[in-house]
Design a protein around this ligand. Sequence first.
Ligand code: BGC
Length: 420
Amino acid sequence: MHASFLNRKSRRVLALVLVLASTAILAAGAASASAGHGHRGFGHSRASITSQPWGTADGTPVNLYTLDNGRGMTVTITNFGGIVQSINVPDRHGQVANVALGFSNLAGYVSDDYTTTASGETYFGAIIGRYANRIANGSFTLNGVTYYLNQNNGTNTLHGGAPVSQWNTKVWAATPISGRHSVSLELTYTDPAGTAARVPPMAPPAGNGFPGTVTAKVVYTLTQDDALRMDYTATTDAPTVINLTNHTYFNLAGEGSGGVQGQDLMINADSYTPVNANLIPEGGIVPVAGTPFDFRTAKPIGQDINSGDTQLVLAHGFDHNWVLNRSGSGLSLAARAYDPASGRVLTTWTTEPGVQFYSGNFLVGDLVGTSGHTYRQTDGFTLETQHYPDSPNQPNFPSVVLKPGQVYKNTIIFKFSVQK
Ligand code: BGC
């Protein structure tokens, strides 16, 4: 009896030793793989996607997913609002920093959406839908019917309307996908149709106010060449308007490290759409030549930001739509940002006709970010590739109408590299 007990016990000890040894081997393999980051050959990488519970929103469990390309870049994304919570990329010396502004936990994002702060709702890192940026007077007319939306930005509808209507407040269904040379996270959400049109809009509409139930999918892919790619598709069961984007604020020196005024920006655009005092495009498409909006040749973000230009005064800095120079209908270069201090470069491509470059004008230092630092004006910038603001009310802008049977498609690429 005693002997057989000892035998069982020693068998268990032996099994434990074997398990520990194999774990160590895996760990060593992982260590050598990460030590091999100097190698940029695809054969040496070990891309992975892992998840951890990250709390609940509206009683639904939320996860934080970590996409690791096995080559030194990781991105964390939560299925709450499809928010890109961090983007961790090396500088020219291999030092990794998180270049995306955000919060350290889910409560930070929920509070950003539902608590009134002086900085307003920031939409850090989020998927923006059903209509990114502003729709004037919270209404538009489609096929002869006027629709009334939630007005959440003065009289405008901004980024989908009231928080309860915004896609960045929804828990998206998530499916991790491991490819041969990349890892992806697929997110889906079905946005119900709002109420039918009412005249006049005496009360906020029930739901978002937009016609049509929209079924949306966003696939985030982290590639071997340090690109975060976002593929958006959507369909509708009734004619509607749609404009989707991602709302990541970048600071290429690392979030919470101060201002981005010294970081260079090139925007591939010969013209932009000036705005009125409500930040609604006035309708014109105006050349950037000879204005502070000329980013055709890279220049520091801060170079002209205090120039006193009327448009910069209205928006408290840059918060405008640039009309991109496009070649064909596929992916096209939108912008390139470069931080001379760290050497980090961000290059953005898009299938969309415009980019909203926003210089974080409304951050006033009342939000504590991921690393425990406050965010103040110009501590980050966004490059929101999308259709032009207020397109549903602007007949000379490209159409944002989506009809049943059509598939809305939009691809965004944020690619990172270093310049020596
Ligand atoms: C808008 C800004 C707004 C910011 C955060 C940007 O996309 O253009 O005007 O303040 O989002 O809400």
